[in-house]
Design a protein. Structure first.
Length: 255
């Protein structure tokens, strides 16, 4: 279970962080999760003022830290490959391009957006497709992290979030998500495919689910500390991952 260091003033949390860093091996990089570059520089300056030097520190975003915790131990237990947001955007771009000429009425709002006027050029249309694929890739990731049960779970079951009055926006988003991650989606069908570009692609939460509850890490495994500093919000998935399976691989401190 992660250890929480709490204060209503950020500067008072530097003390506990500095104390924990002093207990670590100075020849090993200390990993600190921060939300932005400004806080990274502020922490470095504060630590340098307290102990005289701030060296061998590795700052990284929470998403990167979670990927490393899940993927490194998970290599023994899963053959899945993490689908990055860029990969997801590329798949979405291809599907959106296909749906832009699909006669099914569910795609009419999408087609109206892409062809807002008769004068819309091919270049403008492709630009909108690219921007929309980037937006939807972030949106689908947010759904997975924060609304997996209430949105994605209902979509998997064939329902809508609001069953009696589903919006046209939710209708085509649902169809698009199911075309990738649904029971007949391309990422599910690819598990039994010989196509190496699609085979065993997994989202971060899917790779997390494949981790065993009690992994065998071996006698020589050392649980390094991970310091998470100054983050004001954790999604449901991030909370679950940090407090359950990932805390078996790392000694997590949250400030």
């Amino acid at each position: 279970m992660p250890k929480l260091h709490y204060s209503n003033r950020l500067d008072r949390l530097i003390g506990p962080l500095a104390q924990n860093l002093e207990l670590e091996d100075p020849f090993e990089k200390a990993e600190i999760v921060v939300p932005n570059f400004s806080l990274q520089k502020w922490i470095s300056l504060q630590l340098a003022q307290r102990v005289g030097i701030a060296a061998n520190l590795r700052f990284l975003p929470l998403e990167k830290a979670l990927q490393e915790m899940i993927l490194l131990p998970g290599r023994k237990f899963s053959k899945g490959v993490l689908i990055t947001r860029m990969m997801l955007q590329r798949l979405l771009l291809e599907h959106l391009r296909e749906k832009s000429v699909d006669p099914d009425p569910v795609w009419k709002p999408l087609q109206q957006y892409l062809n807002s006027s008769s004068e819309t050029s091919v270049k403008d249309r492709e630009k909108r497709l690219f921007q929309l694929s980037a937006k939807i890739s972030r949106l689908f990731q947010d759904y997975e992290y924060s609304r997996n049960t209430e949105i994605l779970g209902r979509w998997k079951e064939g329902d809508f979030m609001f069953e009696s009055h589903p919006s046209v926006l939710e209708q085509w988003q649902r169809e698009l998500w199911l075309s990738l991650f649904g029971p007949e989606g391309c990422l599910i069908r690819s598990d039994n495919s010989s196509d190496s570009n699609l085979k065993a692609l997994r989202t971060l939460s899917q790779l997390y689910d494949e981790l065993p509850e009690e992994p065998e890490l071996g006698n020589g495994y050392k649980r390094h500390k991970l310091h998470i500093f100054g983050l004001s919000y954790f999604s449901h998935f991030h909370q679950q991952a940090l407090t359950q399976k990932c805390s078996r691989f790392r000694d997590i401190h949250v400030y």
